[in-house]
Write a protein that binds this ligand. Structure first.
Ligand code: NAD
Length: 292
């Protein structure tokens, strides 16, 4: 049978990951990105993916599809079953691109947007027909894709995503930042306070996550972890025991520290000191090995 084709619109960190995910699952991939560096950058993501992804499978992956780069949007879209937009997170830019994608993409193609924050009603304000298909970096290893938007499109999208090893999760109603990033925004906010107030360094915060609750979260999430922590009486007991004590932090810890240059420098300085002896490339490989 003819190979399926994915059109990747914007080939940066995330678009490159999508390209690798489809290619290594035997799809043809056409990339549209005006940056002359896009081809080199996608090559680097692909090197990482070729090194890591096969280790997740106990049988060989299919032969890779063909990777092509295009200056012309219509050619990139021609014959595509899946179109994935991963351009920078600016609504004016997304509006322009989605008008073109809706006009030029094959009628049956899924048009997904990688947007971390925008809702389908915002993306489609001018009559476009995108759904949100929000991935996690590195897209070639992490399975979760949050799907938001038209129910029928999301059903079809989910089927295709499963066929390339991804785990689609339909978000029941659209909301800013979907599920996972909304959650992480709260975590970010508290981490900023801890650094700003000198309670912990970026490294100490990372250790608190990766040596402790991060390991539990990775395999059981939040609710199952706490259900077990409630002992035989389970979740109800856990909430009765700890709920009252959490009322104060739940209702008071909401402010974000002022996002000053000073705070940015403090965090960037600590973060560079923590792992600046390694290149981003080396860190990506360490991350990928640990994820596998
Ligand atoms: P990035 O800056 O790494 O990549 C964006 C790419 O889009 C660049 O290669 C750029 O040249 C290209 N581009 C710019 N204008 C374009 C145009 N008109 N047509 C085609 N390509 C164009 O950004 P990123 O981190 O890959 O983020 C892309 C999207 O993915 C954003 O919507 C972001 O919210 C989302 N996202 C990012 C992450 C993450 O961890 N970085 C995770 C999930 C989702």
């Amino acid at each position: 049978p003819a190979r399926e084709k994915a059109a990747i619109i914007g080939g940066g960190v995330i678009g490159g990951g999508w390209a690798a995910r489809f290619l290594l699952n035997g799809w043809d991939v056409a990339v549209y990105d005006p940056d002359p560096e896009a081809e080199r950058k996608i090559g680097e993501v692909l090197d990482n993916a070729r090194r890591a992804l096969p280790a997740l499978y106990d049988k060989p992956l299919p032969p890779e599809g063909a990777l092509t780069f295009h200056d012309d949007l219509a050619t990139a879209l021609d014959g595509a079953t899946w179109v994935q937009e991963s351009v920078p997170e600016r609504l004016d830019l997304k509006h322009r691109i989605h008008a073109d994608l809706t006009a030029l993409a094959p009628a049956g193609a899924v048009i997904g947007s990688s947007t971390s924050g925008f809702k389908p009603s915002e993306l489609n304000a001018n009559g476009a027909r995108a759904i949100v298909a929000h991935p996690f970096n590195p897209v070639y290893l992490l399975p979760l894709i949050e799907l938001v938007g038209d129910a029928d499109d999301c059903v079809r999208a989910a089927e295709i995503l499963r066929s390339v090893g991804l785990y689609p999760l339909k978000v029941r109603k659209e909301i800013d930042a979907h599920i996972a990033d909304r959650f992480l925004e709260a975590v970010w906010r508290e981490a900023l306070w801890l650094v700003k107030d000198g309670i912990a360094s970026t490294e100490e915060i990372d250790e608190a996550i990766r040596m402790g609750f991060g390991l539990r979260w990775a395999q059981m999430g939040l609710f199952e972890t706490y259900r077990i922590a409630g002992g035989e009486a389970g979740m109800k007991h856990f909430m009765a025991q700890f709920g009252p004590a959490l009322e104060w932090p739940w209702t008071k810890l909401m402010d974000v520290p002022e996002f000053t240059d000073e705070l940015v420098d403090l965090i960037a300085g600590q973060s560079d000191a923590q792992s600046g002896h390694m290149s981003i490339r080396q860190l990506e490989r360490l991350r990928d090995d640990n994820l596998v």
